[in-house]
Ligand binder design. Structure first.
Ligand SMILES: NC(=O)c1ccc[n+]([C@@H]2O[C@H](COP(=O)([O-])OP(=O)(O)OC[C@H]3O[C@@H](n4cnc5c(N)ncnc54)[C@H](OP(=O)(O)O)[C@@H]3O)[C@@H](O)[C@H]2O)c1
Length: 326
């Protein structure tokens, strides 16, 4: 495993280079932190994102843990546990003994996060686990003329962390923490994950309701009236509805599991029954599977770029599904 001192910045491993992982990689690289990923078995889209972000492509998890003292897990929530197990397995395969930091940034329930921690208890090499979550979109340069290596040049998500560990113990850990704007909110594992669940329930829960409402309004022929009334009475809600629904189609597949994790959190931590967010998971499953919107990719958008088009396509997809089951 690479050791770092003031002259050799910490190399960060990121699994995987999706929309968010690539944004974090760009931010780190602009600030002088090398970033690597394992490109084996990944899609051409992911490899292209990695190359564009200037991320080093390695060919195994073993190489990744040998070269990186910090691993960030930024994967679809359904893959969070399997990704941690991959790192546990990779750590069993080498001969190094140094402590590694594992930062889980995924949208999962506190209890899922704790199950992930327990996987690392079986690792041969000591692992310092950091519970983290991401609130907001991927880091991006404010404009192309900005000085990449300065903090002010970037729009960044908020990244609360929790648990007994922080990256500060690394030789350049304070700088890494500052570049990513990591903010410790609690010594307890589960607090950061739980915060994400409570936050995302409001933003993604709202977007799901908008999707159902506008699809139904489309079928009733009252979409323009719905927009008019919202625009007069709650204009901020209309703005938020349009922004949320238009950005949602390529993420719907990933949000199915995220909504199930929220349902689990509200049940286990809040003692509510599971039904509301199980239902919302069903809405995103319908977007991902019942029609053309599920084929949308970030950066290559074709359909669903207006609230009217999302509503029309969902109405069409659900109508087709209904006919098939009749
Ligand atoms: N994007 C955002 O705005 C946002 C905001 C807040 C939080 N987050 C969090 O960030 C995480 C990732 O989101 P994202 O937006 O980056 O997702 P994404 O753009 O949908 O990308 C998912 C990435 O994960 C890869 N992947 C899929 N299955 C995998 C597996 N089994 N092992 C390793 N990699 C796998 C995909 O690679 P292939 O194409 O090669 O399969 C792709 O590169 C989620 O937990 C999410 O909650 C994202």
């Amino acid at each position: 495993m690479a050791s770092s001192d003031q002259s050799t910045p910490t190399k960060v491993g990121i699994l995987s280079l999706g929309d968010m992982g690539a944004g974090i990689a760009r931010l780190l690289i602009a600030h002088g932190f090398p970033v690597a990923t394992n490109g084996q078995n990944r899609s051409e889209d992911t490899l292209e994102r990695a190359r564009n972000a200037k991320v080093e492509l390695l060919s195994s998890d073993l190489e990744l843990v040998q070269q990186c003292s910090v691993i960030f897990s930024v994967v679809p929530p359904r893959d969070a546990e399997a990704t941690a197990q991959r790192i546990v397995d990779a750590l069993s395969g080498g001969s190094h003994e140094e402590t590694i930091y594992y930062v889980d940034l995924n949208a999962v329930a506190p209890s899922t996060c704790k199950s992930i921690v327990s996987l690392f208890e079986k690792a041969r090499v000591p692992v310092k686990f950091i519970d983290a979550c991401i609130l907001g979109g991927p880091p991006s340069l404010k404009d192309s003329s900005s000085q990449e290596g300065t903090e002010a040049a970037w729009d960044q998500p908020s990244i609360p962390i929790s648990g007994p560990h922080s990256l500060s113990a690394l030789p350049d850990g304070e700088r890494l923490t500052s570049v990513l704007q990591l903010r410790s909110i609690s010594p307890e594992i589960g607090a950061a994950s739980g915060l994400k669940m409570c936050f995302a329930s409001l933003t993604k829960g709202f977007t799901a309701l908008v999707t159902q409402s506008f699809t139904t309004a489309h079928r009733l022929g009252v979409t323009d009236e719905l927009k008019r009334e919202l625009g007069i009475m709650v204009p901020a809600m209309l703005t938020r509805a349009e922004k949320g629904v238009v950005g949602m189609p390529p993420k719907a597949y990933r949000w199915v599991r995220e909504m199930e994790e929220i349902s689990k959190t509200f049940h286990e931590e809040g003692h509510w029954d599971r039904t509301v967010f199980e239902g919302i998971a069903g809405i995103y499953k319908a977007v991902a599977e019942d029609g053309v919107l599920g084929q949308e990719k970030i950066g290559k958008r074709k359909r669903g770029t207006s609230i009217d088009d999302v509503a029309a396509l969902m109405a069409e997809g659900l109508e087709r599904k209904k006919k098939k089951t009749e």
